[in-house]
Design a protein around this ligand. Sequence first.
Ligand code: UN1
Length: 508
Amino acid sequence: MSQPLPSPAAHAREILARLGVTGLSADGGSLVRSPIDGQVMAHVAFDDARAIEAKVASAARAFRAWRCVPAPRRGELVRLLGEELRAARADLAALVTLEAGKIASEGAGEVQEMIDICDFAVGLSRQLHGLTIASERPGHAMRETWHPLGPVAVISAFNFPVAVWAWNACLALVCGDPVIWKPSEKTPLTALATQALLDRAIARFGEDAPAGLSCVVLGGRDAGERLARDPRVPLVSATGSTRMGKALAPVVAERFGRSILELGGNNAMIVAPSADLSLALRAIVFSAAGTAGQRCTSLRRLIVHESLVDKLGDAVAAAFARLPAGDPRQDGVLLGPLVDKAAYEAFVHALDQARADGAEIIGGERLNLADAPDAFYVRPALAHLPAPTAGMARETFAPLLYVVPYAEFDEAVAMQNDVPQKLSSCVMTNDVREAEAFMGPWGSDCGIANVNIGPSGAEIGGAFGGEKETGGGRESGSDAWKQYMRRQTATVNYSGALPLAQGVRFDL
Ligand code: UN1
């Protein structure tokens, strides 16, 4: 774990040059820091109102051409993007690590997730199937068709700085929609690099791809709000905090726009008496401490049968204490930094709150890595509580795992459901009745319910998202594509008569 590495700033410069990213400002503008050492890697200029206006206008123009390109041909562009991503896999993954602080394997996994959704979308481009519907009238035919919708705004978060864009953009592009991407202020470099790769794919694709088909808008909350308000943007897909979603959703709804919201999670695992404990332990450590607890799917609440809680709690605490922490580029490191100081402060605040609620805390200390005083590395924390508290109902985007005991399975399911966020959930059990009940109508009320795996690390093939404070949207696989298209019901009369539906008579 000791090969010398370049500074994050030098490393990022090298990768950005290789990927052909231009347009970074020499100084001024917004600072981009690496969570690895807390130092500035680059400066980017935010788009002002005029620049955003020009980008939206260009996307609206691009839509008029792109919607007429046959869907399988649109799929060809996404296939080329997949090729570019495969070729640049190592560089883009390293940039994710530099900008978001993920360990190398998770950076690579994120790019793999982009490649996977490209493949999915290419197949989908030949399967945007509608329906034929039996008409009640003689000599009539009915069908349901899916048409392109219009420019899609994608507002993404720092923690999956590129994969979540890809979930949205790949579907949008095959569905016939241009894409306007506002990445997190914390991760503009990975967005610019991804856009450069898509630009390469567009150049190879040829002139069927109109100018303005895809752009990046750099900015803060104002830029997001501007896109949310714009009637030329029929769909806004936003990932981030519940607070952000609460502010954004009414703005989009006010103009009858559509939104896909992927917001907070407060994901639980129930560990039942029949569970395979070594499997459970690995699932817990990856999902609670992996990505330094900064996934919307991270494990935050552990609900353990009372007969196991001491034994399992001790095993998790020991595993947390042993996790190799440090520069996430280093081989063997499993615990990288929190994204910034604000994230650290939120972690400390949640620990204080848990302590005030009577929790016994194990871990949670700041790790002062000698050469990175401006970076925020923490030891994952366990907070043992005798019963759920109000604090447990809040999401803290950091490696803090609450542990509570349960006696009866029904009680565990009720605890799991008793928070306003409804993203992901899981049960570790070898009892088929518990497993089925967990996935049944009175079981988990989350968008994702897993058995014998943790709550994080979903595959792209399923619909991703959850209810209530999680926002209600579904992205990625299954039939999520339908949200990126408009549905049309068409009835054709091929008879010489004009029978009315429902038998209505209107004889002139
Ligand atoms: C997120 O944290 O916003 O299921 C997305 C997972 C990843 C995606 C997480 N595939 O953990």
